[in-house]
Design a protein around this ligand. Structure first.
Ligand code: SAH
Length: 213
């Protein structure tokens, strides 16, 4: 499947829709306009790629709703050259947005099927995270820490302690917290021991699970 004018037109409309819903960051809007989301999903679903909703991907997982991806990215507010850790690579769509924003992306996926297929897709589309690791994201990436930003794209009942430790002072974490319903939360590291927490409404994610499979 290639890109074409029809998909490009639909992306423009999707970007406009997200603007209306409150995505004000111009670079993020540009990334939505530019990245061919239909290439991150099953070709059988490509007609639905630019509707603002989550869609199923391999292994019972989902590609997040475009609004959610844009909203989380806007909260994270990544600057060019910053080091960002993503937990839950999934389809790789969020990763490619972070790459589009010229950040240095480190990303972790716990499901091996997804890890394999998304690795291939990154090669094919020439998307280049600094590191793509197969593993459980709860532990983060101590060797590559600290990070300017950490974005968690699965819902977690708790804030993983190891991840908090891997934030720079001034660094931000965006994490949907909860069991069934997830409260979008931004945690900013103010000092070694102090963290500021802000919440941004309810969302629904697939769960952040322990261990690999
Ligand atoms: N960012 C993705 C969203 C995928 S859904 C996208 O744009 O498509 C969440 C992903 O988190 C799933 O692929 C799931 O397998 C993964 N995941 C769940 N628990 C995890 C964990 N502990 N560590 C790493 N990845 C995890």
């Amino acid at each position: 499947m290639e890109d074409n004018f029809k998909f490009q037109g639909r992306r423009k409309l999707l970007a406009l829709e997200l603007k209306k819903k409150g995505i004000v960051n111009k670079k993020i809007i540009k990334s939505i306009e530019s990245i061919p989301r239909h290439l991150f999903i099953d070709p059988g679903l490509s007609e639905q790629a630019y509707i603002d909703k989550a869609l199923p991907i391999e292994s019972n997982q989902t590609i997040s709703q475009p609004y959610t991806v844009a909203f989380q990215t806007q909260l994270l507010n990544p600057k060019s050259g910053e080091k960002i850790l993503e937990i839950g690579t999934g389809s790789g769509y969020q990763t490619s947005i972070l790459c589009f924003l010229k950040t240095d992306v480190y990303t972790i996926e716990r499901n091996h099927n997804l890890f394999r297929s998304t690795s291939k897709l990154f090669n094919k589309l020439n998307i280049n995270p600094v590191r793509f690791k197969y593993g459980d994201g709860h532990k983060g990436l101590i060797d590559n820490s600290p990070f300017d930003g950490i974005i968690i794209t699965a819902g977690s009942p708790i804030v993983p302690k190891d991840l908090l430790k891997q934030l720079k002072i001034g660094g931000r974490m965006v994490i949907p917290i909860g069991k069934k319903i997830h409260i979008m939360t931004k945690i900013t590291r103010i000092s070694i021991n102090d963290f500021k927490r802000e919440t941004f409404g309810n969302f629904k994610f697939v769960p952040m699970l322990k261990k690999k499979d």
